[in-house]
Design a protein around this ligand. Sequence first.
Ligand SMILES: N[C@@H](CCC(=O)N[C@@H](CS)C(=O)NCC(=O)O)C(=O)O
Length: 493
Amino acid sequence: MVTRRLRRGGNHGGLLTLCNFRLPVSSMLSAMASRRRCRNFLALPSPGGIRHRAVGVTGLCVRGVEGGRGAEEVVAAVAARIGRGRSRGGIGDGFVSPVGCRRMSSEAGRGGDIGRRTHSTTCPLSRTKFIPPPIGQMLARLPLPSRLVFLFPSRRLSAAGDSPAVKMAARSALDEVTDSGAFDRSPSTFRSSVSRDGSSRFPAVPGRYHLYVSYACPWASRCLAYLKLKGLDHAIGFTSVKPIFERTKETDDHLGWVFPATGDEEPAAEPDPFNGAKSIRELYEIASPNYAGKPTVPVLWDKQLKTVVNNESSEIIRMLNTEFNEIARNPGLDLYPAHLQASIDEINELVYDTINNGVYKCGFAKKQGPYDEAVTRLYEALDKCEEILSKQRYICGNQLTEADVRLFVTLIRFDEVYAVHFKCNKRLIREYPNLFNYTKDIYQIPGISSTVNMEHIRKHYYGSHPFINPYGIIPAGPNIDYNAPHDREKFGA
Ligand SMILES: N[C@@H](CCC(=O)N[C@@H](CS)C(=O)NCC(=O)O)C(=O)O
């Protein structure tokens, strides 16, 4: 039996959950996939099976696979081990029978409970309580395999033998907190490139691409900053979603970015002009019907092929820097010039890990240790930047580069939200003379202030993470005037 080959890994409970529901597999999977703790799944028709009077198919949910591979590969690997049966990643067919832990074992003719009653859990769909036994005992005592095996990759399990660990994408940032309580961001999924080469799949032509953003999001905002700096806003349009996460579907509880129904609903947010999508999630599903990852912004959308070209802002900004120069109003501006690349890369590495993502690590930590580590590293990095900026106007010298844009998007949100919401309150940016003046300096570059919508920023963070701010109260905030004079001209440039 395939599931026997899974062994426990990591420091979690590694529990099986048997769920009882009688639903078409497709509805069950989509419902379960949307639940916070059961984001991704595999459905495997497996040989044999535990007979069930009603529908003849037994559902077995295995929660807890995380590692490095995609669903299809896992399905293929598991199917190969089963030796027969069709393999599917995603939606299977048939029905799942109402089998609970006890019932399953007795139906299987082995009698008694399968495993110790160590924990109880709630079936995410039916909200029925179950007692998931330890995985080892569970698997050892199961009779021949059930026909449908659902693997829920919310925790760490690794496949034994030649199968490396399996990592599934998560549905929201909450799914990215590991058992040790640390925030661990999952990689972006769409990684194609727009190219100035007209024969490529995504040629850099005006009017073909659209950026879906949230003004609240620092990653999306760096793309907006590039549209302005490079003078590309006439060639690549953008639409901002509403700032506060809402249910993205009526059929499940996923919370994420949604579009307003009309242009009047929320200042600066607009309905989706091209696909009529209600949510960013819907866009991802147009591009990839079985998408089970986190539907993030920014999204670089191809209107012609109706697909996501790329959803990784660090790559999108590189494309905007070089690939659209024939249509850019400011083609001469190179924010990643050859002579500064090594220094930009070095600063980016530090800034991404400890500052851009560092504030999230502070804010989403669920245990003191990971928070302490993240906050220490954050302030070490801020101190380092303060020191660098005491000697030069920009972070990589005396010319504006990509590294400045990337640092700026976090600094501008810091005192308003990260200091309070993410507990980054050891020192405020306005208490660092160089970082503060630098933030104002960048804010005052023509075009940049239009990419900063502090209302969206404040509403989003304080309103979208009820696990941090359950009442959604928006603190008064310092209301800093970033248009106030700064002293950065002393460095020239
Ligand atoms: N690596 C991505 C990260 C994008 C990202 O995490 N965006 C956040 C907003 S700030 C998001 O869309 N989150 C959706 C969610 O948490 O469900 C990038 O830089 O483009």
